[in-house]
Design a protein around this ligand. Structure first.
Ligand SMILES: O=C(O)CCC(=O)C(=O)O
Ligand SMILES: [Fe+2]
Length: 345
């Protein structure tokens, strides 16, 4: 029986199990052409996509296709190596970047292996989750011996992604009626990271998930996927899971929790998950845009006080939040990990 083939740690609760045979690719997930010379129209499109979906694809974004191909190629070479080789750059409680294959989303193990790198080197970070402890530490990357090009290829790709993320954020700021550079102050010592993910084929794709249902905690995420498919977003209008169609040379953008708080809920982070397949493996690359660790995340005055709208979220410290989440993704806990709704007023 198929159940016996996957470890029980991977098995989702019946209500969270995917339905690979019924999965439909959504009509209507916005596809936005970033080369549109009509900036006002572009800003309106972005605003609409953030409001209706919190999820959209972009094309003609200016990042050369070669940049994504190269990073996918090094990822493939890296993940093809033996477990022993990969574990030489294994992430642990002290070294938070590197290889990792036992991550849990909401306490169920994901059917995936990842390699994480921090973008700014070094990256300043909170030293502990204790709110009274104001010590700062820094995160560094670990690089494998092979493939030798991995470091350079990833660093270059991360630079491209950061530039693209800041450009998108400029358009998003405008769509909220703010100056294009309104958010820049939060990224002086940004704590963004880049993650390469490999989803191996799975004998029981109907019982597990590559990544369980979740919302991304940061500002926004940029996903580069291959042609395998499997990424699904929960449609806000009816709560239905719908597939995000792999589109050549496109990136998938999703709104994270920080943007939800900054916009005082005007834009909402979208819940998403990844299904796996029995025959086909999948590779993806995700850039997570995160502010400086010392950022106090709270609804912007321009969208609350100045418009007489009460703040819907309490302020919180980004560095503590990120570290708390990182620690909880590390192992199976007895309780739900820290979620943004805890900060709802
Ligand atoms: O692999 C993907 O397409 C998305 C992964 C994801 O949602 C995440 O790592 O937060
Ligand atoms: Fe995600």
């Amino acid at each position: 029986m198929a159940v016996a083939e996957v470890d029980v740690a991977f098995i989702q609760e019946p209500t969270h199990r995917p339905n690979p045979s019924l999965s439909q690719e959504a009509q209507g997930i916005p596809l936005i052409d970033l080369s549109n010379a009509d900036t006002d129209a572009l800003v309106r499109e972005i605003g609409h996509a953030c409001r209706q979906w919190g999820f959209f694809q972009i094309i003609n974004h200016g990042v050369p296709p070669k940049s994504h191909h190269r990073v996918q190629e090094v990822a493939r070479k890296f993940f093809k190596q033996s477990q022993e080789e990969k574990r030489k750059v294994r992430r642990d409680a002290r070294k938070v970047m590197g290889y990792y294959d036992t991550e849990h989303t909401k306490n169920v193990r994901d059917w995936k292996e990842v390699f994480d790198m921090t973008v700014k080197e070094p990256t300043f970070a909170a030293a502990s989750v204790d709110p009274l402890d104001d010590r700062v530490t820094h995160w560094e990357n670990q690089w494998p011996q092979s493939p030798t090009a991995m470091r350079e290829v990833c660093q270059e790709y991360a630079r491209d992604m950061f530039e693209l993320a800041m450009r998108l954020l400029g358009l998003i700021a405008k769509s909220l009626g703010l100056p294009a550079r309104r958010f820049e102050e939060f990224f002086k010592d940004h704590s963004s990271s880049l993650r390469m993910i490999h989803y191996p084929p799975c004998p029981s794709p109907e019982l597990v998930l590559g990544v369980g249902p979740h919302k991304d905690p940061g500002v926004l995420s940029i996903v580069g996927q291959d042609d395998a498919g499997g990424l699904e977003v929960k449609r806000k209008s009816d709560g239905q899971w719908v597939g995000v169609k792999p589109t050549p040379n496109a990136y998938v953008i999703n709104v994270g929790d920080v943007l939800q708080v900054w916009s005082n809920g005007e834009y909402e982070s979208a819940e998403h998950r990844v299904m796996v397949k029995s025959e086909k493996e999948r590779y993806s690359t995700v850039f997570f845009l995160y502010p400086s660790h010392y950022t106090t995340v709270e609804p912007l005055e321009e969208v609350t006080e100045e418009q007489n709208i009460p703040a819907k979220y309490r302020a919180y410290n980004w560095g503590k939040f990120l570290l708390t989440r990182k620690c909880s993704n590390f192992k199976k806990l007895q309780a739900e990990n820290l979620q943004i709704h805890y900060f709802k007023v």
